[in-house]
Design a protein around this ligand. Structure first.
Ligand SMILES: Cc1cc2nc3c(=O)[nH]c(=O)nc-3n(C[C@H](O)[C@H](O)[C@H](O)COP(=O)(O)O)c2cc1C
Length: 142
């Protein structure tokens, strides 16, 4: 896990499969910049910084192959922002990781995935408000 002063993941927001919006969890799909250090597959809590607007958003991040829906090996970096429904397509953004929440799971149903994702967001909210969360925010907002 990078600390607040480590390089963070940056990349461009691209179109995903479009499932997220349907599920009530619209995610920004990030295409990482070449040479970016993408953390190992898991669910994370973190901050999404938008240089275009100067805003920093509360986020829960899924890095993985979306095994509930896909059999492929392509790793997706998807960000659910808690506090905005802005369309970020085409923007260059940076992710600042606060904590790892859990492993990615191949759920048997979409309902189970949604239950887990809601719990992840609650956990993420607490982590973002923790001392470490605030330290990382200070670095992200610089
Ligand atoms: C908080 C959160 C947790 C997630 N956890 C999992 C998971 O454990 N397993 C999984 O297959 N996908 C997980 N996902 C990824 C979803 O499968 C993905 O966001 C959804 O399929 C939408 O994809 P799309 O943006 O490409 O349309 C998670 C997404 C979020 C936002």
């Amino acid at each position: 896990m990078p600390d607040a002063t480590s390089p963070r993941l940056s990349g461009t927001v691209v179109h995903g499969a479009g499932r997220g919006r349907m599920l009530g969890f619209p995610t920004a799909n990030i295409s990482p910049d070449p040479g970016s250090d993408v953390p190992p597959p898991a669910i994370y809590s973190g901050w999404l910084a938008r240089p275009a607007t100067g805003a920093v958003h509360r986020a829960t991040i899924s890095i993985g192959t979306n095994p509930t829906f896909e059999d492929g090996s392509r790793v997706h970096t998807e960000v659910y922002c808690h506090d905005t429904s802005d369309d970020l397509y085409g923007e260059h953004v940076a992710l600042w990781f606060v904590a790892r929440i859990r492993d990615t799971v191949r759920f048997a149903s979409v309902d189970e995935l949604l239950l887990a994702a809601r719990a992840d967001v609650r956990r993420s909210e607490a982590l973002l408000d923790s001392a470490r969360g605030r330290r990382v925010l200070a670095a992200a907002a610089r």
